[in-house]
Structure formats: structure tokens, C-alpha cells
Design a protein. Structure first.
Length: 359
């Protein structure tokens, strides 16, 4: 297991690589080229510069999150052929500079949805939360509310400059149900996985967040059955999962521990996002809790034990953290709470390792 930390790059992230390097046990960066639009090729010179920058700070760069999949691929438009070819070229370019894992998602329109990016906890820290009340409105009503709002707050993906595009995308997805989206996902995987096998890259799909339909959009990476279908539709070690405990855990019907155990044993989890959530007791509402087991609804010891006992040897990162100690910045991606989370997870892993007589 290798502990990593997501970093958006010096132009988009206020956190410095040297600060990340000072987290005990931190080995690597989960990197990105934040400004490259979905569908465009990731150029070699940009990848090379990023790798060299990270390595100069004493860290490794083996995981990229995310090489976003263009919506035309998800919808199944004729233009997908060129976007898939571009994706293959990005895979080859990343492999040339030592990248081993690509985290991506196949969610229509939105990467993830939270309804509150500044949910205040009793201790005064802030976190992200999802409360389902109001989220199932007609998308046109939501767009209108955002356009007319005087608040600085917008949902991710609903920024004013994107609203016209969002409206068009909803229309484009009108005839895409779960079955059609699954068909388009299979087509994509059958095209790219042979390239991954050729160059030694593992694709790792991130579960839907939340793992059930919102806005009437299809969801096909939401539970154990979906993950099993993905692994079987192209049966290859290069076709894997980014197992996000928070995303899978957002539906209480998902047994996070059994899912982790099964897919680690099948060697299909090269990368894991490990975070805790706290159910609010109202339908599937939750907030993102501190990593500590007692602070949330997930047992982090049980999570890591399921991974350990079933042979996990990939990359792991603490996922979304709170804003604490006066820190401000990108919601979920502050330095301090994620550093605490990484140290806590490393401590649990050490305890499990020693309890098994291997440490």
C-alpha cells in the first residue's frame, strides 16, 4: 500500500508540494492537468513537466485523476470515435512517463454532487453535505434558480458560464437510459483496455457520487452488481476500480466491507479513496465526516482490514477533508484535515500489519 495525496497543480492549488512532503508516510501525488478539457489529448511536454516537478519535491507520480471522458462518448454520438482515439493517445503519453493508474468516471454531466459545500459541524469545522430535499426538481427549474440567485454559492458543474452547456447536455441525454449508458461504457472499455494492456496502465473507474439516480440521469457504477459487470465486460487486470468508500457508502444498502474484500481479492482495485461519512438519518442524507471511525458511520479499521486481508497493494489516498484551523480553499481539499486522515489511515494499517505478525 502506498499513501498518496491529491494535488491540483501549482496554478490551481494553494497547497505546496513541500507541505505535502512533510506529512509522515506520504509517498506520492495523485496528479492532474486541471486545465485540459475533456476529449483533448494530454500532451507529452505537460505530462513530463508535471512528473519532474513532483519528483523534484521528493514524491512520486504514479496515479492521474482524472482523464475525463467526453460526454459524446457517454451519449454514444458518432463524434465519440475521435474522442476515443484522443483518449488512447493520452493513455500512451501518460504511460511513457511512468503513470500506472488512471482514475476516471462515467457519470453523465456531473462528476459529483453535494448540496452544501460549507456544512458547519458542532466543532466549528466545515465540510460537504448532501441533503436530498430539493435535489430532484426539474433540471430547468434548478438552472433557473441558479441563474437568478444572488449568492456566490453554486453546485459543482452549475457555474453560470456552464449553464447553457448543461441545458444542452440534458437534452442530449434524453434518450440515454441505464441500458444505453452501459452499452456505451462497454464500447469505450473494449476500445481502450487493449491499449492499457499494451502500455501497462490500469484504468480505475470511480463510483457514481451519489450512487443512485438524480435529475433523472442514469447511474451504472453504483453497487456491487455494477462493479461486477464492469470487471466482466472486459475481463482484464487493466480494467479496474477506484474504490471510493464514501461514494459506495452513501447508499446504506451497499456493504462497503464485503465489496472491498471481493474486488481486492479479484485484484481489481489499484487505487482507493478512503473517507468517512455520517448518515443524517433522513433518507440517504449525509455529511462528510472526519476520517476517525467514531466520527462517522463507517468503520475505518474494518475497511482497511478488508483491504489488507484480501491482498490490496495499490495506491490509497485520504479523500475529502474538512476545513479546520482557519484554513480556506477548494471545498474538500484542504491540507490539514487530509493530513490528519492520511496519518490516521497509516496508523490503522500499521496496527493491522503488526496484529497479523507481519510488521
Amino acid at each position: 500500500m502506498e499513501m498518496t495525496f491529491r494535488w491540483y497543480g501549482k496554478e490551481a492549488d494553494k497547497i505546496q508540494l513541500q507541505e505535502i512532503r512533510q506529512i509522515p508516510g506520504m509517498k506520492g501525488i495523485v496528479g492532474t492537468l486541471f486545465d485540459i478539457p475533456a476529449g483533448e489529448v494530454w500532451p507529452k511536454d505537460r505530462i513530463k513537466a508535471l512528473v519532474e516537478e513532483v519528483e523534484a519535491a521528493g514524491l512520486t507520480l504514479k496515479v492521474i485523476e482524472s482523464v475525463n471522458v467526453h460526454d459524446d462518448i457517454k451519449i454514444g454520438l458518432p463524434s465519440r470515435e475521435q474522442y476515443i482515439e484522443n483518449y488512447k493517445e493520452s493513455i500512451r503519453n501518460l504511460a511513457e512517463y511512468g503513470i500506472e493508474v488512471i482514475c476516471y468516471n462515467f457519470m453523465p454531466i456531473f462528476d459529483w454532487i453535494k448540496t452544501d459545500l460549507d456544512y458547519i459541524l458542532p466543532d466549528g469545522s466545515s465540510t460537504m453535505a448532501f441533503e436530498k430535499v430539493g435535489i430532484d426538481k426539474d433540471p430547468e427549474d434548478i438552472v433557473r434558480e441558479v441563474e437568478e440567485s444572488t449568492s456566490d454559492y453554486t453546485l459543482p458543474g452549475w457555474e453560470p458560464e456552464r449553464l447553457a452547456q448543461v441545458k444542452d447536455l440534458f437534452k442530449a441525454y434524453e434518450n440515454v437510459d441505464d441500458e444505453k449508458l452501459r452499452e456505451n461504457f462497454a464500447y469505450f472499455l473494449k476500445e481502450i483496455i487493449p491499449v492499457c494492456e499494451e502500455v501497462g496502465i490500469k484504468m480505475a473507474v470511480h463510483p457514481d457520487d451519489p450512487p443512485y439516480s438524480i435529475f433523472g440521469l442514469p447511474r451504472i457504477v453504483k453497487n456491487r452488481a455494477d462493479l461486477d459487470w464492469i470487471c466482466n465486460v472486459v475481463d482484464s487486470p487493466s480494467n479496474g476500480i477506484t474504490l471510493c468508500t464514501g461514494s459506495i457508502g452513501e447508499d446504506p444498502a451497499n456493504n462497503v466491507y464485503e465489496i472491498l474484500a471481493e474486488f481486492c481479492k479479484r485484484d481489481r482495485i489499484p487505487f482507493a479513496h478512503v473517507r468517512n461519512i455520517k448518515y443524517l438519518g433522513n433518507d440517504k442524507d449525509f455529511y462528510e465526516a472526519p476520517h476517525l471511525s467514531s466520527e462517522g458511520s463507517l468503520d475505518m479499521y474494518k475497511i482497511l482490514e478488508a483491504m489488507y486481508d484480501n491482498g490490496f497493494d495499490g495506491y490509497i489516498r485520504p479523500d475529502h477533508g474538512r476545513m479546520i484551523w482557519g484554513e480556506t480553499g477548494r471545498a474538500g481539499y484542504g491540507l490539514y484535515d487530509r493530513a490528519l486522515g492520511a496519518s490516521y489511515l497509516l496508523g490503522l494499517w500499521e496496527a493491522i500489519d503488526k496484529s497479523k505478525g507481519r510488521g
